[in-house]
Design a protein. Structure first.
Length: 190
C-alpha cells in the first residue's frame, strides 16, 4: 500500500522536474533546432498526460476526502479545484501547439507558475491539517485509490467536465477509454 502523501509527493516531484527541464530550454526564441523543439513538445505532451491523470484522481478521491475530514475542507477543496480547472484550460490549449508557436511558451510559462503555486498550496495548506486527521490506514487506502485510479484515468485535460466526484465516476471511464484510443491512433504518449 502507498500512503496518499507519498503518492502525491511523487507526482509533484515529477511535475517539478519536468517544469525545471522545460525552463532550461532551449526554446524557439533562443534558437532551438527543430529536433530540440520536438523533444520539448514530447516533454510537454507527457506532462499533459500525467497532469490529466493526476488531477482526475485528485478530484475523484482526494478532494472529497479533504471535504469530509477537515472543518474547512470545502474551502480548501474549492480553492484547489478552481486552480486545477484553470490549469486544465491552459493544458488543453497547450496540448495542440507546436514548440515554435509563440503561444506555446506563453502558456507553458503560465502553467509553470500556476503549477508551482498549486503544489505549494496543496502541500502547505492542505496536507498539513489532513495529516492530523487521517489514520495511517486511511492514508494508505487513499493512496491506493489514487494509484489504481491513475491507471484508468483520462490522459487529456477536460476543462468542461465539472470536478464533481459523481460526474467523474460516471463519465470518467468512458472519457479515459476515448482518450486512450485517440492516443493509440495518434501515437501520443509514445
Amino acid at each position: 500500500m502507498s500512503n496518499v502523501f507519498d503518492v502525491l509527493r511523487k507526482d509533484h516531484e515529477e511535475v517539478k522536474k519536468a517544469l525545471a527541464e522545460l525552463e532550461k530550454g532551449p526554446t524557439a526564441a533562443t534558437g532551438a533546432s527543430p529536433d530540440q523543439l520536438k523533444v520539448r513538445e514530447k516533454l510537454v505532451e507527457q506532462l499533459v498526460i500525467e497532469e490529466s491523470k493526476h488531477e482526475a484522481v485528485e478530484e475523484e478521491y482526494f478532494w472529497p476526502t479533504v471535504r469530509d475530514k477537515l472543518p474547512d475542507g470545502d474551502r480548501l477543496a474549492d480553492e484547489a479545484t478552481d486552480q486545477e480547472q484553470k490549469a486544465k484550460y491552459v493544458l488543453d490549449e497547450l496540448k495542440d501547439l507546436k514548440g515554435d508557436d509563440p503561444k506555446f511558451e506563453e502558456l507553458l510559462s503560465k502553467f509553470t507558475a500556476d503549477g508551482r503555486e498549486h503544489i505549494a498550496y496543496e502541500e502547505e495548506q492542505v496536507w498539513v491539517p489532513l495529516r492530523g486527521v487521517l489514520s495511517a490506514e486511511e492514508a494508505d487506502e487513499l493512496g491506493t485509490k489514487l494509484e489504481d485510479g491513475k491507471k484508468l484515468a483520462p490522459t487529456r485535460p477536460h476543462p468542461h467536465t465539472p470536478p464533481k466526484p459523481g460526474i467523474l465516476k460516471a463519465a470518467g471511464p468512458a472519457v479515459a477509454a476515448a482518450d486512450r484510443v485517440r492516443d493509440a491512433v495518434t501515437g501520443r504518449g509514445d
